[in-house]
Structure formats: structure tokens, C-alpha cells
Ligand binder design. Structure first.
Ligand code: UFG
Length: 323
């Protein structure tokens, strides 16, 4: 298929593009390189530098490429930042997404695979989390993603587009080629790995008084290659609707640090700090729908393998894409 990938220079977009190309698809990346990296763009893809905030940029790209489908990754994705600067999130994630959807309608493009998030649910009372739970986001990031889901649902009814919402849990790990390089970095695994890399002395545990067995937050860590595979499956004819993407198991912050100590052979000192505002105690996916409808089967569910792959990439790229 001929595909337009927004945000294809970012972490999840770069690796999904790599796997799409491996699978024989034609990939055109649309990215403003604001938070993405030119070196994260696969050589086999074309790069269109443009900004979703500028309606004309995406309209031009869409009409030129006329893809069979769009994969939409381009967005801000930091919960904490969204609490401080909500306008950035509604502007980039919602308005930018509407510009994209409008350009699709004009060009007659029907299918869109949208990077959504488990942050659209807030903190549900039942675990594991299924797609039919109420969506009650606790931060502007989750809200901006939910709002775009809603817009796309209306466009489905009224304009006949076919959206697929992939609600990610905690994306992590790397391929041999591409990995995670955020500035600033706020994610747990890359921050832990900065200790054995000699870039920080210790890692902070944000709260150890949660209602979990060891008191630290539990997340469902999903390998980036497995996430990418779900996108490839979602392109199949007849697929639409929402899918949670996680492994269905949870690991606490302390457990992840312990795994990293073993993988890296380093003591990785850790210090307990205050809770981070907006952090739910426990987020675990039920990915049953993705298994049964998409035929998705994660290849790397083991947290140790996930951390090993991240560690291999960070050792090879100690300064991220700056090397
Ligand atoms: N944490 C620490 N110390 C750190 C960094 C993180 O203890 O230095 C903790 C956090 O408090 C949290 C857990 O590690 O409990 C995971 O934090 P991340 O920042 O790695 O990931 P989040 O779960 O906060 O957020 C991620 C994505 C979001 C997405 C969300 C869905 O960044 O885009 O998962 O849960 F919305």
C-alpha cells in the first residue's frame, strides 16, 4: 500500500515506518522535525517536511501523495507538559488532526490508523482495561486524543472515513535501527538507562505509597516492534474501531528498575521522590480484541527482552540521534 505517515520521524512513527517498509509498503513521511529526528527517517521512505498546524502543508502533501491510508502519529505526548501547557496539546493534537482529516476527505482518502492512548480512559476502576470502559481523561493530553477520536467518529458517520484507534499503553524498547530519543526525556526506561550510561547518578521513583504491592505505579510495557506490527494488521480491509495495545501484565517502577539492574549489570541507585501529578496507580490492558480481531500476537512480551533491546540501542547511541 501507499501510506502517508505523519510523525514518521518520531519514536513510534519511525519504527512503524521501518516495519511497514520491511513488509513491502511504500512510505511517505510527513513531519515538521520539531520533536522528531531526521536520522529517525528510514532511507527507504520519502520525507515531506510540513506542519499539521498549517492546513496548506498537509493539504498539499495529501493531494500529491494520494495515499491508500494514513497513519497518524504526529502529536505531543507528555502528560506532565499537557498539565502545564494545555493549549499546546489542543492546538497540535486536536486542530492539527482536524487539518489532517479534512485533507483526507478532500483527497478521497478513507482509512486512518490513529495513535491514541490509554490516557483517554483516565483511571478506571476495573483492570485489565477493555475498550468499552468509560473514557474520562485526567489530563489535556488524554483529552486531546479523545477529542480527535470523537471528530474522526463523526467523520466516519458523515464523510465515510474509516478510522482505527490504537490505544497504546507504555511503548518501550527499540529495533536495531531506531530507538527512543526524547528531549526532554521523561519516560521511565530511558531515564533508568541513563544511569549505567553515566549520564545521571540515580533514578527517582515518583511515589512509593500507591495502593500497589510494592507501593510504586504499575504499567503495561509493550515492545515498540509489537506496537508497530499492530498498525500493519490494522491496515487490513474491514478493520475499524478501537483496540487496546498492551501485554496484559503490569510491572511496578521498582520491578522495572530491578530488571534493568540485571540487564545492565549495574547497581542503578534509586531514590524515592514525591508522586508525579496526574499518574494513575495502575494501568493494564486487556488486548483481547486486538488478539481476536487483528490477529495480533506480541513477539516480545517479556520485560527483560524489552529492556535489553532498549539497552542495546542506547549503548549504540549514547547521545541518541545526535551521534
Ligand atoms: N517514573 C518514575 N521515575 C521517572 C520516570 C517515571 O518513577 O523518572 C514512573 C512514573 O511516575 C510512572 C511510570 O514510571 O508511574 C511510567 O512513567 P512514564 O513517564 O514512562 O510513562 P507514563 O505511564 O506516564 O506515560 C506513558 C506515555 C504517555 C501515555 C501513557 C499512558 O508517555 O504518552 O504512557 O499510560 F499516555
Amino acid at each position: 500500500m501507499k501510506l502517508l505517515v505523519t510523525g514518521g520521524a518520531g519514536y513510534i512513527g519511525s519504527i512503524t515506518s521501518e516495519l511497514l517498509l520491511d513488509a513491502g509498503h511504500e512510505v511517505h513521511i510527513f513531519d515538521n522535525l520539531g520533536r522528531g529526528h531526521r536520522k529517525g527517517v528510514d532511507d527507504r521512505a520519502s520525507l515531506i517536511i510540513g506542519d499539521l498546524g498549517n492546513r496548506a502543508d498537509i493539504r498539499k502533501a495529501m493531494l500529491e501523495v494520494r495515499p491508500d491510508a494514513v497513519l497518524h502519529f504526529a502529536a505531543y505526548a507528555l502528560v506532565g507538559e499537557s498539565m502545564e501547557c494545555p493549549e499546546m496539546y489542543f492546538d497540535n493534537n486536536l486542530i492539527g488532526g482536524i487539518h489532517l482529516a479534512d485533507a483526507m476527505i478532500e483527497a478521497g482518502v478513507k482509512k486512518i490508523i490513529f495513535s491514541s492512548t490509554c490516557a483517554t480512559y483516565g483511571q478506571p476502576e476495573t483492570m485489565p482495561m477493555t475498550e468499552d470502559l468509560p473514557q474520562l481523561p485526567q489530563n489535556p493530553y488524554g483529552e486531546s486524543k479523545l477529542m480527535l477520536e470523537r471528530v474522526l467518529q463523526w467523520y466516519e458517520k458523515l464523510h465515510g472515513i474509516c478510522p482505527v484507534f490504537l490505544r497504546y499503553f507504555n511503548a518501550c524498547g527499540a529495533t536495531g535501527k531506531f530507538g527512543e530519543d526524547h528531549e526532554p526525556e521523561t519516560h521511565l526506561i530511558p531515564l533508568i538507562l541513563q544511569v549505567p550510561l553515566g549520564k545521571r547518578k540515580k533514578v527517582f521513583i515518583f511515589g512509593d505509597d500507591y495502593d500497589t504491592p510494592d507501593g510504586t505505579c504499575i504499567r503495561d510495557y509493550i515492545h515498540i516492534s509489537d506496537l508497530a506490527q499492530a498498525h500493519i494488521l490494522a491496515l487490513n480491509e474491514g478493520i475499524s474501531g478501537a483496540f487496546n495495545l498492551g501485554n496484559g501484565g503490569g510491572f511496578s517502577v521498582k520491578e522495572v528498575i530491578e530488571v534493568a539492574r540485571k540487564v545492565c549489570g549495574h547497581p542503578i541507585p534509586a531514590e524515592t521522590a514525591a508522586r508525579r501529578p496526574g499518574d494513575p496507580a495502575r494501568l493494564i490492558a486487556s488486548a483481547e480484541r486486538a488478539h481476536s480481531v487483528l490477529g495480533w500476537k506480541p513477539q516480545y512480551p517479556d520485560i527483560k527482552t524489552i529492556v535489553e533491546h532498549a539497552w542495546q540501542w542506547h549503548q549504540a547511541h549514547p547521545n541518541g540521534y545526535e551521534d
